[in-house]
Design a protein around this ligand. Structure first.
Ligand code: GDP
Length: 315
């Protein structure tokens, strides 16, 4: 089994490649629910849905989120009743939120809801939310606490992030299957996702970090930072404002002690010795997932390299 810690857009691109490179039945995805949000009384799970849509081949390829060809009539219409329209939820996307909310209200735990959604979309791998309890990512800027989607969507990340917290994490437990997926995997891969707000919430669930530290699986990560920049999103700004080096070395340092293999981009080849000095193997390749072929090649390469790395590297 290959287990992947996943955020949204970066993770889903990698997962699209992984299910071409290995049997999807051998893939388990642990999905970030820290950026879940209540919208119009509905429970929206942006990262989980991006992963499901991408694996179902239904994601909007232009945005990397939402459904291809979706329309926005409902959110447009809701403005008539005074609702704000800063959060783009497509009409077909809303069907997921309605269904998920109804099941959660009926007392079905999140991991069963997500398993059912994955089945309905014909997704061949197992997708597990990190926890069944609500955990909400909060960022703290100069004026205090901000809900994650407010920061990400409404404020377009134009706030200096001084710290990050995961409300509810202290009392949450890993969803059924999460610890097993880490413990019993051949490899655990941290997708090229935001280390702080996509992978960070998963690691904040009590027991997950320990499971990752003690698993016999080889643990690998792919840098979401290429040549000091993000492909998309606030990861570079966060590295900077939280006092880390804005590079693949900075990301590797955040994961130090938790990974055995760091995969960095060709453009960052010169950084490899510094990554290895952190006590992990470094593999250099083209990590820009521009085509279906490149996604599959990258995933195959990460799995192949993980099989070559001795487990003890990250200790
Ligand atoms: P979000 O929750 O939708 O923001 O998605 P993630 O956290 O999963 O992914 C965001 C990260 O993915 C950003 O830091 C991007 O730099 C990174 N990313 C997106 N596409 C690529 C790519 O093709 N290659 C690499 N290496 N990183 C990518």
């Amino acid at each position: 089994m290959i287990t992947v810690f996943a955020g949204g857009v970066g993770a889903s691109r990698f997962l699209q490649g992984l299910v071409q490179a290995v049997d999807p039945a051998d893939v388990t995805v642990i999905s970030n629910t820290g950026d879940d949000v209540e919208m119009f009384g509905l429970h929206v799970s942006p990262d989980t849905d991006i992963v499901l849509y991408a694996l179902a081949g239904a994601v909007n390829p232009e945005t990397g989120w939402g459904l291809a060809g979706d329309t926005f009539a409902v959110v447009d219409q809701l403005q008539r009743f005074g609702y704000e329209r800063w959060f783009n939820l497509g009409d077909r996307d809303l069907a997921m939120a309605i269904h998920r909310t109804r099941l959660l209200h009926a007392g079905i735990p999140m991991h069963e809801v997500v398993a059912g959604l994955a089945r309905a979309w014909g997704v061949g791998c197992q997708v597990i939310p990190m926890a069944n309890e609500p955990i909400r990512t909060k960022v703290y800027g100069p004026d205090g606490e901000i809900d994650f989607q407010e920061y990400m969507v409404r404020m377009r990340t134009e706030v200096e992030v001084r710290s990050i917290a995961f409300a509810g994490a202290d009392t949450a437990r890993p969803a059924p299957g999460v610890v097993e997926a880490i413990r019993d995997a051949e490899a655990v891969i941290l997708a090229p996702s935001n280390p702080f707000v996509s992978i960070g919430p998963i690691l904040a669930v009590p027991g997950v970090r320990d499971a990752l530290a003690s698993t016999a699986a080889v643990r690998a990560a792919i840098s979401p930072i290429i040549a000091g920049q993000v492909v998309k999103g606030p990861a570079a700004k966060m590295l900077q404002s939280l006092g880390h080096e804005v590079s693949a070395v900075g990301v590797a340092a955040v994961y130090r002690g938790l990974i055995d293999l760091m995969v960095i981009d060709e453009q960052d080849r010169a950084l490899a010795p510094r990554v290895e000095a952190l006590g992990m193997r470094c593999h250099v390749t083209d990590t820009m997932m521009t085509s279906a072929e490149r996604k599959a090649e990258l995933a195959a390469e990460v799995v192949r390299e993980a099989r070559r790395v001795p487990r003890a590297m990250g200790q």
